[in-house]
Each structure stands twice: as structure tokens, then as C-alpha cells.
Design a protein around this ligand. Structure first.
Ligand SMILES: [Cu+2]
Length: 163
């Protein structure tokens, strides 16, 4: 038998034992997982249903947009954040922008807010600032893509009166 074949066989034997031990360890690890604590339930199901500061239903009733401010009520001249949700979650209905405007004064915010999609129809907005009291319009731009209508862009408007 040529020397090279013997060498290869020796290498196989040397590999065989660690591989066996590894698969044994994996099997035990999996068994430990199975017999361990029950899988954790998502924390959100333990929380009371959140309340919202505003809710809008689309003209066709296919989706709703709702939001709440943090902190609430919205402070004057202090940063705040928003949680927003499209329900039911639908990949074809997305919030693409958030802005705010004072119609009586014809000006917007002094900051540009940052919108982040969290998945499942949920969004978070930070960098909001209502720098003066009065009537504000909180504006969400929603893009809705459908086979029938192509791409629709809808501006959802909530009125917020700041003391
Ligand atoms: Cu103003």
C-alpha cells in the first residue's frame, strides 16, 4: 500500500473522534434546550393595549394610521418622540415622512424629524419639536401601492393644540 493512502486514512481516523464528540455535544445541547424553560412569550403581549393620541382611517377603510406622543401631552419647546402604526400591517402601505406645520403662522418646525420603520407596520419618530404654543398640524405621508391604483400618496393630518 502506498504511503500516501495510509496517511489519508490516518487523517480520517483522527477527524472521526472529534466529529463524534462534537455531534454528541450538539445533541446534548439540543436536548437541554428542549427540556429547558418554555420559550419566552413576547413582552408586548403582557402589556395593556396601548392608547393612542389620534387615529385615522383611510378612505377605502383598508388601513388605519394611529400615533401617540412621548411624552404626552406634547411639551412646548422641548423635544418629543412619536410612535406610529399602520394597521393592519401591510408591506404595501408605508409611512414615508412625518412633518408638522402651524397653519395660522405659516411655518413648520425648526428641526427635521427622523422617521424609522420598526417592521410590522410600526414606526418611531424622534427629533420632534413644537417650539411655540398654538395650533399645530401633525402630518404623516403615507404611500399605498395597489394593483388597482398604482402608487397613491396620502397626507394624513392630525390637529394638535399646544397650550
Ligand atoms: Cu408659530
Amino acid at each position: 500500500m502506498p504511503a500516501s493512502v495510509q496517511t489519508r486514512r490516518a487523517a480520517c481516523v483522527a477527524w472521526g473522534l472529534p466529529a463524534l464528540l462534537l455531534s454528541l455535544a450538539l445533541t446534548m445541547a439540543l436536548a437541554a434546550c428542549d427540556s429547558g424553560a418554555p420559550p419566552p412569550t413576547p413582552a408586548i403581549s403582557d402589556e395593556p393595549a396601548p392608547t393612542w393620541d389620534g387615529e385615522f382611517e383611510s378612505a377605502g377603510g383598508q388601513w388605519r394610521l394611529r400615533y401617540r406622543a412621548d411624552p404626552r401631552p406634547i411639551p412646548r419647546n422641548a423635544m418629543f418622540e412619536l410612535d406610529a402604526e399602520i394597521v393592519p400591517a401591510d408591506a404595501n402601505v408605508r409611512i414615508t415622512a412625518v412633518d408638522a406645520f402651524m397653519p395660522d403662522h405659516r411655518h413648520g418646525m425648526t428641526l427635521r424629524p427622523h422617521l424609522r420603520a420598526l417592521g410590522g407596520g410600526r414606526y418611531h419618530v424622534d427629533g420632534m419639536l413644537f417650539h411655540m404654543s398654538g395650533l399645530w398640524e401633525l402630518l404623516f405621508t403615507v404611500r399605498h401601492v395597489s394593483v388597482e391604483h398604482g402608487t397613491d400618496t396620502e397626507r394624513v393630518r392630525f390637529e394638535v393644540v399646544l397650550e
